[in-house]
Design a protein around this ligand. Structure first.
Ligand SMILES: *[C@@H]1O[C@H](CO)[C@@H](O)[C@H](O)[C@H]1NC(C)=O
Ligand SMILES: *[C@@H]1O[C@H](CO)[C@@H](O)[C@H](O)[C@H]1NC(C)=O
Ligand SMILES: *[C@@H]1O[C@H](CO)[C@@H](O)[C@H](O)[C@H]1NC(C)=O
Ligand SMILES: *[C@@H]1O[C@H](CO)[C@@H](O)[C@H](O)[C@H]1NC(C)=O
Length: 391
């Protein structure tokens, strides 16, 4: 083919780690390549860790990838002339995996972000030490968000004093960004083995623990249940959220979970039943779904709950009144006897000697018996007040 010999592979292809989990691919045009009227582009093929192919007119490219198992890529020249596309041979380059003994890198890494009311993002990660990691292994966690990298300062340790959890209460993660990557890098050190680093990329929205929906309000309108609520704390507008509505009929034991795309909801219910209601939120449409929020606090609606709570309040009132009287009676008896035995100045050593058996009797009768008992306690209170005013 007449052009075949005119297309030469690029030269000086290099791979450089430019940040955590980031590789800079660079190459130069082949000096033998004639600069004629045709277009020159470059095909880039990433082989590992995640295969990908694309072409570019530039002579460099930046890739974000977990590098703990190395990185390998190919590049070639692509000549475009009219309808013709002619390709050179591939040039290959690879980064070896970083050194470290097998099975010493962390496993089961998971991370969660949360958005605070002041629109800062916190990050919490947990992991397990590698199976072959010596007991003295010390792990270090770093996160990178765009060009910002930070090491964890707040670790939580397992029983061998190895770091297995890390918290950043404030990060440089931008809560308004959509589907940006958070890079996590965990390396370690030990006296007995080289610890293999581990890296993982998380989509910032996919690991967000969404906040709970706020201000859930419930109305009953004849046979309809009306529920409204506010979107969770988040920079995203309310259209970005969907909700799960959990309705539990305490009379029949029926459970329902309904998916709801709006901030309110109307449902025909059985008004003779008592219901418990909870709502949780997640974002979608605007970005990748995150972790469902916790359920909102339980709200009860319906008849039975009212009756029950009235009974409950009454019994609490009854018990507390009873205990009040008992307390007063104990104080009264103590004062009464004391003032009779030692009219002028009672000595502290005698203070509690006599009344105790008497009081225990009272304690038993109080909880089980009727109001006539309270009458006599009240008299004691009255007489004690008199005694006090006399002395
Ligand atoms: C190359 O481009 C120039 C200007 O665009 C034009 O004058 C010339 O004829 C072209 N040569 C060829 C071989 O196409
Ligand atoms: C760790 O991850 C593995 C594989 O994903 C899983 O089988 C195992 O149950 C996890 N261990 C713990 C303690 O979560
Ligand atoms: C861990 O990684 C950080 C960031 O790349 C590096 O600065 C540090 O020296 C590494 N520590 C060990 C023990 O390898
Ligand atoms: C929730 O209700 C409280 C009190 O009624 C109010 O101050 C607050 O602004 C409400 N929150 C939202 C998000 O509307």
């Amino acid at each position: 083919f007449q052009y075949r010999c005119l297309v030469f592979p690029p030269v000086n292809f290099t791979l450089t780690v430019s940040a955590l989990a980031q590789v800079l691919l660079q190459w130069k045009p082949n000096p033998n390549q004639e600069q004629k009227n045709y277009t020159i582009r470059y095909d880039v093929k990433i082989l590992s860790p995640v295969p990908e192919e694309y072409d570019t007119e530039k002579t460099h490219s930046i890739q974000t990838a977990a590098l703990h198992n190395g990185f390998s890529a190919h590049v070639r020249t692509l000549l475009l002339h009219n309808d013709l596309q002619i390709r050179s041979d591939w040039v290959k380059e690879k980064l070896p995996p970083p050194p470290g003994a097998p099975e010493t890198s962390v496993t089961n890494l998971s991370c969660v972000t949360r958005i605070s009311i002041s629109s800062t993002v916190s990050l919490h990660c947990t992991w397990l030490p590698g199976q072959e990691a010596p007991e003295d292994t010390k792990y270090f966690l770093f996160y990178r968000y765009e060009m910002y990298t930070e090491e964890c300062q707040d670790y939580i340790k397992d029983k061998w004093n190895r770091n297995t959890e890390c918290r950043f209460s404030v990060t440089h993660i931008d809560p308004e960004e959509v589907d940006n990557l958070i890079v996590i890098h965990i390396n370690g050190s030990s006296k007995y083995a080289a610890i293999k680093p581990f890296q993982r990329l998380f989509n910032q929205n996919a690991i967000e623990k969404v906040n709970v929906p706020r201000n859930v309000t419930v109305f009953l309108e004849q046979n309809d249940l009306l529920v409204t609520w506010e979107k969770p704390i988040s920079p995203f507008p309310k259209e970005c959220f969907e909700y799960e509505f959990y309705l539990f009929n305490l009379k029949s034991g029926n459970k329902q979970i309904l998916k709801i795309p709006t901030n309110d909801f109307r449902l025909r219910i059985d008004v003779t039943s008592r219901y418990s209601i909870q709502i949780r939120a997640n974002h979608h449409i605007c970005c990748t779904r995150g972790f469902w929020s916790d359920w909102s606090e339980i709200i009860y609606v319906g008849q039975n709950k009212l009756e029950n709570s009235t009974v409950w309040i009454l019994s609490v009132l009854c018990v507390s009144t009873c205990c009040m009287f008992l307390l007063v009676a104990v104080m009264c008896k103590t004062n009464h006897i004391r003032s009779k035995l030692f009219p002028p100045i009672p000595t502290p050593s005698n203070k509690f000697r006599d009344p105790f058996p008497n009081n225990y009797e009272r304690a038993r009768t109080c909880t089980s018996e009727t109001e006539t008992e309270f009458g006599s306690f009240a008299e004691d209170l009255y007489c004690s007040a008199l005694d006090d005013s006399v002395f």
